[in-house]
Design a binder for this molecule. Structure first.
Ligand code: OSB
Ligand code: MG
Length: 368
């Protein structure tokens, strides 16, 4: 394949409900969509999953557009590519900027799957036909409201519930949820809100049979997490700290975690996500696919990735209608009884809905 034209669109999508973490609240999701055209006319789609502000990682939609325009697209356009694994090597001299790299690499994987006449899941080496789905619930104004929401998600069949915690809204909240749902597969995500000084609070969480505690300590740390894991029964899951397979290798060697959350954007693309999956499988570390409040394209890529065998824990990729009034793909992603059916048709298995995409686009630029 040879990429001859790329259209970048900046979309703004209203969220059905604001999403609150220990760092801030998202009311509207903005994202970049990449429409990537190969010399033979095949079109692949990619989604840049960063936010407007750098609270989750250092990237923003503006830094992504800059990286794409000034470095990544000039590196890729008009070059012969045999396999998407080559894209990472072509970008090797450009440091980090993982979500920018992933946005374009995802589109190359989409083109590759279409041209080799297989589903994206199959192209990645995935074999599961159904994947288990969990739900990530943002911080709520009261524990009663949180418990009401969880009741609804349990009734809808979601396979596990993740809540966001921060200092002052942790042990009591978990205790109250456990009192209502003694057997619910439950976990907590701190988005780096604690330090080792909080070890006693975090140890209190051991009493509640949580599946894992996600990213309790600093976003760039694996050393303190190893110290914490030594004194914690509950497995630590690393999210923000993991940006590559090398990060994972070191975290496993140090004993920093028992579980890895893989996000395609955070690790620089599907090829690196797959490498992390393979390493974790070899080392007996379970993985699951994290979410970034994606629109349909990012959601489709998550589903394909999650079909790989070692995604043994439910992920955060919920159904389209949980987030959006109208998603940008047809069909939308549907969750039934806590499962998503992995598309077996050629490509990512969902079609971009151009009417919706045009309606949500606030700016657009074509590169050749
Ligand atoms: O529903 C989703 O897409 C996942 C929600 C979520 O937890 C999250 C959303 C935005 C940024 C970071 C995270 C996270 O996993 O830490
Ligand atoms: Mg997280």
């Amino acid at each position: 394949m040879r990429i001859e034209e790329i259209t970048i669109r900046h979309l703004k999508m209203a969220m059905k409900a604001p999403f609150k973490t220990s760092f801030g609240t998202i009311h509207e999701k903005e994202l970049l969509l990449l429409e990537v055209k190969d010399v033979s006319g095949t079109i692949g789609w990619g989604e840049a999953v960063a936010f407007v502000a750098p609270w989750y990682t250092e990237e923003t939609l503006k830094t992504i557009w800059h990286m794409l325009e000034d470095f990544l697209m000039p590196t890729l356009l008009h070059k012969d590519i045999v396999h998407p694994d080559e894209v990472g090597a072509m970008f090797a001299s450009i440091r980090r900027n993982c979500m920018a790299k992933a946005s374009i690499e995802g589109a190359v994987w989409d083109i590759y799957a279409q041209q080799t006449k297989q589903s994206l899941a199959h192209a990645l080496g995935g074999s599961k036909e159904m994947i288990e789905v969990g739900i990530s619930v943002g911080i709520q104004s009261s524990t009663e409201k949180l418990i009401d929401l969880i009741k609804g998600y349990v009734e809808m069949g979601y396979k596990r519930v993740k809540i966001k915690i921060k200092p002052g809204q942790d042990v009591e909240v978990i205790r109250a949820i456990r009192a209502e749902f003694p057997d619910l597969p439950l976990m907590a995500d701190a988005n780096s809100a604690y330090t080792l000084h909080d070890i006693e609070v975090l140890q209190q969480l051991d009493a509640y049979n949580l599946l894992m505690i996600e990213q309790p300590l600093a976003a760039d740390d694996i050393i303190d997490h190893a110290k914490l894991q030594e004194q914690l029964k509950t497995p630590i899951c690393l999210d923000e700290s993991i940006t590559s397979m090398e990060d994972v290798r070191k975290a496993i060697e140090l004993g920093s975690c028992g579980v890895i959350n893989i996000k395609i954007g955070r690790v620089g693309g599907l090829t690196e996500a797959k490498r992390i999956h393979d390493l974790c499988q070899e080392k007996d570390i379970p993985v699951w696919c994290g979410g970034m409040l994606e629109a349909g394209i990012g959601r489709a890529h998550n589903i394909a990735l999650t079909s790989l065998a070692n995604f043994v824990l439910p992920g955060d990729t919920a159904g389209s209608s949980h987030y959006w009034y109208e998603d940008i793909i047809t069909p939308e992603v549907i969750v039934e009884g806590g499962y998503i059916r992995v598309p077996q048709t050629i490509g990512m298995g969902y079609t971009p809905n151009m009417n919706v995409i045009e309606k949500l686009t606030i700016s657009k630029k074509i590169y050749k």
